[in-house]
Write a protein that binds this ligand. Structure first.
Ligand code: SF4
Length: 350
Protein backbone atom coordinates (compact mmCIF):
# COMPACT_ATOMS: atom_id res chain seq x y z
CA UNK A 1 0.00 0.00 0.00
CA UNK A 2 1.32 3.46 -0.88
CA UNK A 3 2.04 5.76 2.10
CA UNK A 4 -0.57 8.16 0.69
CA UNK A 5 -3.24 5.43 0.76
CA UNK A 6 -2.20 4.36 4.25
CA UNK A 7 -2.43 7.92 5.55
CA UNK A 8 -5.75 8.53 3.82
CA UNK A 9 -7.39 5.32 5.09
CA UNK A 10 -6.19 5.97 8.65
CA UNK A 11 -7.74 9.42 8.45
CA UNK A 12 -10.94 7.97 6.95
CA UNK A 13 -11.28 5.40 9.74
CA UNK A 14 -11.22 8.25 12.27
CA UNK A 15 -13.28 10.82 10.34
CA UNK A 16 -15.65 8.95 8.04
CA UNK A 17 -19.13 10.37 7.90
CA UNK A 18 -21.79 7.97 9.14
CA UNK A 19 -24.12 7.71 6.15
CA UNK A 20 -26.74 5.08 5.27
CA UNK A 21 -24.91 4.05 2.10
CA UNK A 22 -21.64 3.52 3.98
CA UNK A 23 -20.60 0.08 5.21
CA UNK A 24 -22.87 -1.70 2.74
CA UNK A 25 -22.02 -3.65 -0.39
CA UNK A 26 -25.44 -3.67 -2.08
CA UNK A 27 -24.62 -2.37 -5.59
CA UNK A 28 -28.19 -1.14 -6.13
CA UNK A 29 -28.18 1.09 -3.03
CA UNK A 30 -24.70 2.35 -3.81
CA UNK A 31 -25.86 3.16 -7.34
CA UNK A 32 -28.91 5.07 -6.03
CA UNK A 33 -26.78 7.02 -3.54
CA UNK A 34 -24.16 7.94 -6.13
CA UNK A 35 -26.78 9.17 -8.60
CA UNK A 36 -28.53 11.22 -5.91
CA UNK A 37 -25.24 12.72 -4.71
CA UNK A 38 -24.35 14.09 -8.14
CA UNK A 39 -24.59 17.90 -7.93
CA UNK A 40 -26.41 17.58 -4.61
CA UNK A 41 -25.38 17.99 -0.98
CA UNK A 42 -25.33 15.01 1.38
CA UNK A 43 -27.77 16.64 3.82
CA UNK A 44 -30.26 17.19 1.00
CA UNK A 45 -29.92 13.62 -0.27
CA UNK A 46 -30.42 11.83 3.07
CA UNK A 47 -34.26 11.95 3.35
CA UNK A 48 -34.67 11.29 -0.38
CA UNK A 49 -32.36 8.27 -0.21
CA UNK A 50 -34.22 6.81 2.76
CA UNK A 51 -37.64 7.23 1.18
CA UNK A 52 -36.50 5.99 -2.21
CA UNK A 53 -34.81 2.83 -0.89
CA UNK A 54 -37.71 2.16 1.51
CA UNK A 55 -40.21 2.24 -1.35
CA UNK A 56 -37.90 0.72 -3.99
CA UNK A 57 -35.66 -1.62 -1.99
CA UNK A 58 -34.13 -3.37 -5.00
CA UNK A 59 -33.78 -3.30 -8.78
CA UNK A 60 -36.97 -5.31 -9.30
CA UNK A 61 -39.06 -2.91 -7.21
CA UNK A 62 -37.74 0.12 -9.05
CA UNK A 63 -38.02 -1.52 -12.46
CA UNK A 64 -41.74 -2.13 -11.97
CA UNK A 65 -42.48 1.41 -10.74
CA UNK A 66 -44.36 4.05 -12.74
CA UNK A 67 -42.24 6.93 -14.03
CA UNK A 68 -44.60 9.46 -12.41
CA UNK A 69 -44.14 7.79 -9.00
CA UNK A 70 -40.36 7.76 -9.37
CA UNK A 71 -40.37 11.45 -10.33
CA UNK A 72 -42.56 12.15 -7.31
CA UNK A 73 -39.91 10.53 -5.09
CA UNK A 74 -37.37 12.83 -6.78
CA UNK A 75 -39.46 16.00 -6.51
CA UNK A 76 -37.30 18.87 -5.22
CA UNK A 77 -33.99 17.05 -5.77
CA UNK A 78 -33.51 18.54 -9.25
CA UNK A 79 -31.70 17.20 -12.33
CA UNK A 80 -34.66 14.94 -13.04
CA UNK A 81 -32.96 13.15 -15.92
CA UNK A 82 -31.09 11.31 -13.16
CA UNK A 83 -34.36 9.76 -11.95
CA UNK A 84 -35.51 8.86 -15.46
CA UNK A 85 -32.13 7.27 -16.24
CA UNK A 86 -32.13 5.39 -12.94
CA UNK A 87 -35.53 3.94 -13.78
CA UNK A 88 -34.47 3.07 -17.34
CA UNK A 89 -31.27 1.50 -15.98
CA UNK A 90 -33.22 -0.59 -13.45
CA UNK A 91 -35.58 -1.81 -16.18
CA UNK A 92 -32.57 -2.69 -18.33
CA UNK A 93 -30.92 -4.63 -15.48
CA UNK A 94 -34.19 -6.41 -14.70
CA UNK A 95 -34.69 -7.38 -18.35
CA UNK A 96 -31.12 -8.25 -19.30
CA UNK A 97 -29.41 -9.29 -16.06
CA UNK A 98 -32.14 -10.86 -13.94
CA UNK A 99 -32.20 -7.86 -11.60
CA UNK A 100 -28.55 -8.23 -10.51
CA UNK A 101 -26.34 -5.16 -11.05
CA UNK A 102 -23.47 -6.42 -13.23
CA UNK A 103 -19.89 -6.20 -11.93
CA UNK A 104 -18.17 -6.43 -15.31
CA UNK A 105 -17.03 -2.89 -16.22
CA UNK A 106 -17.89 -3.16 -19.92
CA UNK A 107 -21.38 -4.48 -19.12
CA UNK A 108 -21.92 -1.95 -16.34
CA UNK A 109 -21.06 0.97 -18.64
CA UNK A 110 -23.82 -0.12 -21.03
CA UNK A 111 -26.50 0.47 -18.38
CA UNK A 112 -28.46 3.65 -18.98
CA UNK A 113 -27.21 6.52 -16.81
CA UNK A 114 -24.06 4.75 -15.58
CA UNK A 115 -20.99 6.71 -16.71
CA UNK A 116 -17.33 6.32 -15.80
CA UNK A 117 -17.76 7.89 -12.37
CA UNK A 118 -20.77 5.82 -11.27
CA UNK A 119 -19.28 2.62 -12.70
CA UNK A 120 -16.07 3.27 -10.75
CA UNK A 121 -17.99 3.93 -7.54
CA UNK A 122 -20.15 0.78 -7.88
CA UNK A 123 -17.20 -1.41 -8.88
CA UNK A 124 -14.94 -0.26 -6.06
CA UNK A 125 -17.49 0.08 -3.24
CA UNK A 126 -19.82 -2.85 -4.00
CA UNK A 127 -17.48 -5.29 -5.72
CA UNK A 128 -14.08 -4.36 -4.23
CA UNK A 129 -12.51 -3.74 -7.66
CA UNK A 130 -9.64 -1.30 -8.15
CA UNK A 131 -11.42 1.39 -10.16
CA UNK A 132 -11.19 5.15 -9.84
CA UNK A 133 -14.36 7.20 -9.32
CA UNK A 134 -13.37 10.69 -10.38
CA UNK A 135 -15.86 13.36 -9.34
CA UNK A 136 -15.28 17.05 -8.65
CA UNK A 137 -13.93 16.37 -5.17
CA UNK A 138 -11.44 13.80 -6.41
CA UNK A 139 -10.32 16.08 -9.26
CA UNK A 140 -9.57 18.79 -6.71
CA UNK A 141 -7.65 16.52 -4.33
CA UNK A 142 -5.60 14.75 -7.01
CA UNK A 143 -4.72 17.86 -9.05
CA UNK A 144 -3.50 19.52 -5.83
CA UNK A 145 -1.75 16.41 -4.50
CA UNK A 146 0.07 15.84 -7.79
CA UNK A 147 0.44 19.51 -8.76
CA UNK A 148 -1.45 19.02 -12.06
CA UNK A 149 -1.74 22.48 -13.63
CA UNK A 150 -3.30 21.51 -16.97
CA UNK A 151 -6.97 22.20 -17.67
CA UNK A 152 -8.79 19.44 -15.75
CA UNK A 153 -11.79 19.57 -18.12
CA UNK A 154 -9.70 18.21 -21.01
CA UNK A 155 -10.33 14.46 -21.51
CA UNK A 156 -6.63 13.53 -21.62
CA UNK A 157 -6.05 15.38 -18.33
CA UNK A 158 -9.12 13.68 -16.86
CA UNK A 159 -7.63 10.32 -17.86
CA UNK A 160 -4.35 11.33 -16.23
CA UNK A 161 -6.19 12.18 -13.01
CA UNK A 162 -7.95 8.78 -13.10
CA UNK A 163 -4.61 7.03 -13.73
CA UNK A 164 -2.96 8.89 -10.85
CA UNK A 165 -5.88 7.94 -8.59
CA UNK A 166 -5.63 4.27 -9.53
CA UNK A 167 -1.85 4.33 -9.02
CA UNK A 168 -2.43 5.42 -5.42
CA UNK A 169 -5.29 2.97 -4.82
CA UNK A 170 -4.57 0.01 -2.54
CA UNK A 171 -5.43 -3.60 -3.46
CA UNK A 172 -7.52 -3.85 -0.32
CA UNK A 173 -10.35 -1.41 0.47
CA UNK A 174 -10.49 0.36 -2.92
CA UNK A 175 -14.06 1.46 -2.15
CA UNK A 176 -13.03 3.01 1.16
CA UNK A 177 -10.12 4.69 -0.60
CA UNK A 178 -12.47 6.31 -3.14
CA UNK A 179 -14.92 7.39 -0.45
CA UNK A 180 -12.05 8.75 1.64
CA UNK A 181 -10.89 10.88 -1.31
CA UNK A 182 -14.46 12.17 -1.76
CA UNK A 183 -14.77 12.95 1.96
CA UNK A 184 -11.40 14.67 2.02
CA UNK A 185 -12.42 16.82 -0.95
CA UNK A 186 -15.75 17.64 0.70
CA UNK A 187 -14.43 18.51 4.16
CA UNK A 188 -10.69 19.35 4.08
CA UNK A 189 -9.40 19.87 0.55
CA UNK A 190 -12.29 22.21 -0.14
CA UNK A 191 -12.66 24.69 -3.03
CA UNK A 192 -10.84 27.95 -2.44
CA UNK A 193 -8.60 27.67 0.60
CA UNK A 194 -7.92 24.06 1.64
CA UNK A 195 -7.38 23.15 5.30
CA UNK A 196 -3.93 21.67 4.73
CA UNK A 197 -3.13 21.67 8.45
CA UNK A 198 -5.81 19.00 8.95
CA UNK A 199 -4.93 16.95 5.86
CA UNK A 200 -3.39 13.47 6.03
CA UNK A 201 -1.93 13.96 2.55
CA UNK A 202 -0.02 17.15 3.44
CA UNK A 203 3.41 15.41 3.59
CA UNK A 204 2.93 14.18 0.03
CA UNK A 205 1.22 17.20 -1.50
CA UNK A 206 2.91 18.97 -4.44
CA UNK A 207 0.27 21.71 -4.48
CA UNK A 208 1.03 22.56 -0.85
CA UNK A 209 4.82 22.34 -1.33
CA UNK A 210 4.69 24.62 -4.37
CA UNK A 211 2.10 26.93 -2.79
CA UNK A 212 -0.29 26.55 -5.74
CA UNK A 213 -3.04 24.49 -4.08
CA UNK A 214 -5.53 27.37 -3.98
CA UNK A 215 -5.22 27.81 -7.76
CA UNK A 216 -6.06 24.18 -8.50
CA UNK A 217 -7.79 22.58 -10.22
CA UNK A 218 -7.47 24.67 -13.36
CA UNK A 219 -10.88 24.66 -15.05
CA UNK A 220 -12.29 26.70 -17.95
CA UNK A 221 -14.33 29.72 -16.96
CA UNK A 222 -17.97 28.79 -16.59
CA UNK A 223 -20.39 30.65 -18.81
CA UNK A 224 -22.87 32.57 -16.67
CA UNK A 225 -26.41 31.15 -16.87
CA UNK A 226 -28.71 32.76 -19.43
CA UNK A 227 -31.65 34.68 -18.00
CA UNK A 228 -35.08 33.81 -19.47
CA UNK A 229 -38.34 35.66 -18.81
CA UNK A 230 -41.58 33.68 -18.54
CA UNK A 231 -45.21 34.44 -17.80
CA UNK A 232 -46.72 31.51 -15.86
CA UNK A 233 -50.50 31.22 -16.13
CA UNK A 234 -52.71 29.82 -13.41
CA UNK A 235 -55.78 29.26 -15.55
CA UNK A 236 -58.66 28.27 -13.36
CA UNK A 237 -61.93 26.66 -14.31
CA UNK A 238 -64.10 26.19 -11.22
CA UNK A 239 -62.12 24.03 -8.76
CA UNK A 240 -59.46 23.04 -11.27
CA UNK A 241 -56.38 24.50 -12.94
CA UNK A 242 -54.80 23.84 -16.30
CA UNK A 243 -51.56 21.85 -16.27
CA UNK A 244 -49.52 19.71 -18.65
CA UNK A 245 -46.79 17.12 -18.47
CA UNK A 246 -43.56 18.38 -20.02
CA UNK A 247 -42.12 16.58 -23.01
CA UNK A 248 -39.16 18.95 -23.44
CA UNK A 249 -35.72 17.66 -22.40
CA UNK A 250 -35.54 20.07 -19.45
CA UNK A 251 -37.85 18.79 -16.67
CA UNK A 252 -39.33 16.11 -18.94
CA UNK A 253 -42.08 14.11 -17.28
CA UNK A 254 -42.82 16.77 -14.65
CA UNK A 255 -46.00 18.84 -14.52
CA UNK A 256 -46.18 22.58 -15.11
CA UNK A 257 -48.71 25.35 -15.56
CA UNK A 258 -48.98 27.08 -18.96
CA UNK A 259 -45.93 29.22 -19.66
CA UNK A 260 -45.35 31.98 -22.20
CA UNK A 261 -41.83 33.16 -23.06
CA UNK A 262 -41.10 36.84 -22.29
CA UNK A 263 -42.98 39.26 -20.09
CA UNK A 264 -46.17 40.71 -21.57
CA UNK A 265 -48.81 43.01 -20.19
CA UNK A 266 -52.41 43.95 -20.96
CA UNK A 267 -53.97 42.93 -24.26
CA UNK A 268 -50.74 41.41 -25.57
CA UNK A 269 -50.65 38.99 -22.63
CA UNK A 270 -54.36 38.19 -22.83
CA UNK A 271 -54.13 37.44 -26.54
CA UNK A 272 -51.05 35.21 -26.17
CA UNK A 273 -52.57 33.43 -23.15
CA UNK A 274 -55.84 32.76 -24.99
CA UNK A 275 -53.92 31.49 -28.02
CA UNK A 276 -51.91 29.14 -25.79
CA UNK A 277 -54.82 27.78 -23.74
CA UNK A 278 -57.55 27.91 -26.36
CA UNK A 279 -60.03 29.58 -23.99
CA UNK A 280 -61.33 33.13 -23.48
CA UNK A 281 -59.87 34.37 -20.19
CA UNK A 282 -61.23 36.88 -17.69
CA UNK A 283 -59.92 38.56 -14.51
CA UNK A 284 -56.32 38.25 -15.67
CA UNK A 285 -54.08 39.63 -12.93
CA UNK A 286 -50.52 39.26 -11.71
CA UNK A 287 -50.32 37.35 -8.42
CA UNK A 288 -46.59 36.93 -7.82
CA UNK A 289 -43.06 36.56 -9.06
CA UNK A 290 -40.63 33.67 -8.89
CA UNK A 291 -37.08 32.93 -9.89
CA UNK A 292 -35.40 29.59 -10.40
CA UNK A 293 -31.73 28.97 -11.17
CA UNK A 294 -30.84 25.96 -13.30
CA UNK A 295 -27.27 25.06 -14.25
CA UNK A 296 -27.30 26.97 -17.52
CA UNK A 297 -30.33 29.22 -17.26
CA UNK A 298 -32.39 31.27 -14.88
CA UNK A 299 -36.15 31.49 -15.15
CA UNK A 300 -37.53 34.89 -14.12
CA UNK A 301 -41.23 34.25 -13.79
CA UNK A 302 -44.28 36.46 -13.43
CA UNK A 303 -47.21 34.41 -12.15
CA UNK A 304 -50.68 35.35 -13.46
CA UNK A 305 -54.12 34.14 -12.50
CA UNK A 306 -57.10 34.03 -14.84
CA UNK A 307 -60.55 32.47 -14.94
CA UNK A 308 -62.23 30.64 -17.75
CA UNK A 309 -65.44 28.74 -18.09
CA UNK A 310 -64.14 26.52 -20.88
CA UNK A 311 -65.16 23.01 -19.91
CA UNK A 312 -63.57 20.99 -22.70
CA UNK A 313 -60.28 19.21 -22.03
CA UNK A 314 -57.84 21.34 -24.00
CA UNK A 315 -55.59 19.50 -26.42
CA UNK A 316 -52.27 18.69 -24.73
CA UNK A 317 -53.50 20.05 -21.39
CA UNK A 318 -55.32 18.66 -18.42
CA UNK A 319 -57.64 20.13 -15.80
CA UNK A 320 -56.37 19.18 -12.33
CA UNK A 321 -57.99 19.68 -8.93
CA UNK A 322 -56.10 20.64 -5.76
CA UNK A 323 -55.45 17.03 -4.81
CA UNK A 324 -53.89 16.25 -8.19
CA UNK A 325 -51.79 19.41 -8.12
CA UNK A 326 -50.60 18.46 -4.66
CA UNK A 327 -49.68 14.87 -5.56
CA UNK A 328 -48.39 15.03 -9.14
CA UNK A 329 -44.63 15.67 -9.48
CA UNK A 330 -43.93 19.36 -10.16
CA UNK A 331 -40.41 20.82 -10.51
CA UNK A 332 -39.07 23.14 -7.81
CA UNK A 333 -39.21 25.92 -10.44
CA UNK A 334 -43.03 25.74 -10.12
CA UNK A 335 -43.03 25.78 -6.30
CA UNK A 336 -44.33 29.30 -5.89
CA UNK A 337 -46.86 28.98 -8.71
CA UNK A 338 -48.10 25.68 -7.29
CA UNK A 339 -48.48 27.17 -3.80
CA UNK A 340 -50.45 30.05 -5.28
CA UNK A 341 -52.60 27.64 -7.31
CA UNK A 342 -53.35 25.52 -4.25
CA UNK A 343 -54.13 28.57 -2.17
CA UNK A 344 -56.61 29.76 -4.77
CA UNK A 345 -58.20 26.36 -5.28
CA UNK A 346 -58.66 25.73 -1.58
CA UNK A 347 -59.60 29.28 -0.55
CA UNK A 348 -63.20 29.87 -1.51
CA UNK A 349 -62.80 33.63 -1.16
CA UNK A 350 -60.60 33.70 -4.30
S1 SF4 B 1 -2.37 19.19 1.67
FE1 SF4 B 1 -3.88 20.76 1.25
S2 SF4 B 1 -3.97 20.95 -0.96
FE2 SF4 B 1 -2.88 19.06 -0.51
S3 SF4 B 1 -4.46 17.50 -0.61
FE3 SF4 B 1 -4.32 18.15 1.52
S4 SF4 B 1 -5.84 19.80 1.78
FE4 SF4 B 1 -5.51 19.46 -0.42
Amino acid sequence: MTPEAQALLTWYDAHRRDLPWRGISDPYRIWVSEIMLQQTRVETVLPYYRRFTDDYPDVAALASAEEGDVLKHWEGLGYYSRARNLLAGARQIAAEHGGAVPSDPAVLRKIKGIGDYTAGAIRSIAFGQKAAAVDGNVIRVITRLKGITENAAVPSVRREIAAQTEALMPDTRPGDFNQALMDLGATVCVPGTPDCGACPLAPFCAGLAEDIAEDLPVLPDKKPPVSEDWDVLLVRCGRRMMIRRRTEALLRGLWIFPMLPGHRRGDALRQAAEDLTGFPLRSLKEVGEARHVFTHRIWQMSVWHAETSGEAQPEGWQWADAEEIRTLPFPTAMKKAREEALRRLTDTAN
